[in-house]
Write a protein that binds this ligand. Structure first.
Ligand SMILES: Cc1cc2nc3c(=O)[nH]c(=O)nc-3n(C[C@H](O)[C@H](O)[C@H](O)COP(=O)(O)OP(=O)(O)OC[C@H]3O[C@@H](n4cnc5c(N)ncnc54)[C@H](O)[C@@H]3O)c2cc1C
Length: 443
């Protein structure tokens, strides 16, 4: 057993008191904070980095997946609400293009910088109490087991943010885990690998796009067997000469890293930059369009696809996804294929039939633990095979929108009923609120 030491108890200054406190400012946390604010709650949003967006910005993933569903030759939105308006705002700023065909479906290509600024504007406009550089390191529970507040690790020592209802949108279920709620993380073989994305500049994007993904795969098969993936993509941002490399896989001895472990995370950053360099050198040597290009930078951090998910009121399964499950308490509909970065060097897709979607129930957001805590995003109650689909950014934002709206309802109703249990809200009313705000609950 490793050595431990006792940490002395300390006082923490209360810096914010809010109706709804959202931890994590990625796609899910943004959706949650904006929705709770729209519903009239006083909202605090706590993010460990100096900017919002999560994988959208920090990992520079380069495409928003899960917005569209194919219907005949056309693409319709399968995710509405905040995700759709976020996409449309980026498009109106000339910073996104979509639906852009990808395999049997379509994505939205976007500029990460523009997404970062749009998130700033939206949160400022909504009057949300935003704390950046605010890593939530612990929780405060009252004698009944309800959450009272979150502890933020700051340069000046611990600070406390108190609230009535909380949304865990940390991606890793940090709040639920700290509060003692049950969770699981898949073993190797049932956990997605992460990746380090990288920015390429001064590329001849026309030549690169003309060569296409099939040529990339062919060249990797012939000259790139040393690379960590046997395919991937180089994604245009449509800024002159700029593309995002999505060509790496991060593991050790064929095992995905545990991105909640400090040592694995450290290894992942160093190894991720090495693999990004290796992938870029391959592009420059073998792919049209990259001979004069340079590797501008890697993403702020390695991209993390899957860590802990809670075991909550209902565990969404891969069978639910493939069987196009419908639920009375549905709060999100989704149609992205199951996308697996799990075995060897390849990526596998299991597509849903045309014009179809599955639903995600409210119960998958409800933890078995503090009665005033919801989760949203890639740490909801879902198994590895369901997450292979619903972890992408449009459904994560929609899950946040559902959690934020529900949290605001619970926080508001509590003044009348004297409680703020998220399990007690009227889910029919929640669905009405979501649909009225443009959410799509079925296609
Ligand atoms: C390499 C890679 C490529 C991908 N490609 C795509 C793609 O092309 N399209 C797509 O739609 N999806 C893609 N995905 C999936 C998608 O990006 C994520 O699943 C999605 O971002 C999850 O959203 P989230 O808000 O749940 O979590 P995250 O995006 O992980 O956001 C969590 C946020 O919480 C913050 N946080 C974490 N812990 C704390 C804490 N304790 N205190 C305070 N803040 C905290 C983080 O800094 C972050 O901002 C990709 C993922 C990876 C890793």
């Amino acid at each position: 057993m490793s050595r431990t030491v006792r940490i002395p108890a300390r006082e923490a200054e209360v810096v914010i008191e809010a109706d709804v406190v959202v931890a994590g400012g990625g796609p899910a946390g943004l959706g949650a904070a904006l929705a709770a604010s729209r519903a009239g709650a006083k909202v605090a949003l706590l993010e460990r980095y100096g900017f919002l967006g999560g994988n959208l910005t920090a990992a520079a993933v380069g495409t928003v997946c899960g917005l569209y569903v194919r219907s005949g030759g056309e693409f319709d939105f399968v995710t509405g609400g905040i995700a759709k308006s976020f996409a449309e705002s980026l498009q109106s700023r000339g910073a996104a293009i979509g639906p852009f065909p990808f395999k049997e479906t379509a994505v939205l290509l976007y500029v990460p910088w523009a997404a970062k600024r749009l998130a700033d504007h939206l949160v400022e406009e909504a009057g949300i109490d935003l704390l950046l550089h605010a890593l939530v390191s612990d929780v405060l529970l009252d004698e009944t087991g309800a959450l009272e507040g979150l502890v933020v690790a700051g340069k000046q020592g611990p600070k406390a943010v108190l609230g009535r209802v909380f949304v865990d949108a940390t991606g890793d279920a940090d709040i639920a885990v700290a509060a003692g709620a049950p969770w699981e993380m898949g073993p190797p073989g049932e956990r997605q690998f992460g990746s380090m994305q990288f920015f390429v500049q001064n590329a001849d994007t026309q030549a690169a796009l003309g060569a296409g993904l099939a040529r990339l795969t062919e060249e990797i098969t012939t000259h790139g067997t040393h690379l960590s993936r046997d395919g991937g993509a180089v994604i245009p941002t449509f800024r002159p000469g700029e593309m995002i490399g999505a060509m790496t896989r991060l593991g050790r001895d064929g095992v995905p890293l545990d991105a909640t472990d400090l040592f694995d995370l450290t290894y992942g950053e160093l190894e991720g930059r090495r693999r990004a360099e290796e992938a870029f050198e391959f592009l420059a040597a073998h792919m049209p369009g990259f001979s004069d290009a340079f590797l501008a930078d890697t993403a702020v951090q390695q991209g993390v696809r899957e860590t802990r998910h809670i075991v909550g009121g209902y565990t969404l399964t891969g069978d639910d996804v493939r069987g196009l499950a419908a639920f009375d308490d549905a709060v999100v509909s989704a149609a992205w294929p199951q996308e697996y970065h799990v075995s060897g060097r390849s990526t596998e897709y299991v597509f849903l039939p045309d014009a179809s979607s599955y639903q995600i129930p409210y119960r998958s957001l409800v933890v078995t633990g503090p009665p005033n805590l919801l989760v949203a995003g890639r740490c909801i109650s879902a198994d590895h095979h369901a997450l292979a689909s619903c972890r992408v950014m449009a459904p994560c934002m929609a899950l946040g929108e559902a959690a934020g709206t529900a949290a605001a309802m619970a926080a508001t109703e509590s003044t009348a009923r004297g409680g703020s249990a998220v399990g007690d809200i009227d889910v029919g009313v929640l669905q009405d609120h979501l649909v009225a705000a443009g959410a799509i609950l079925s296609v």
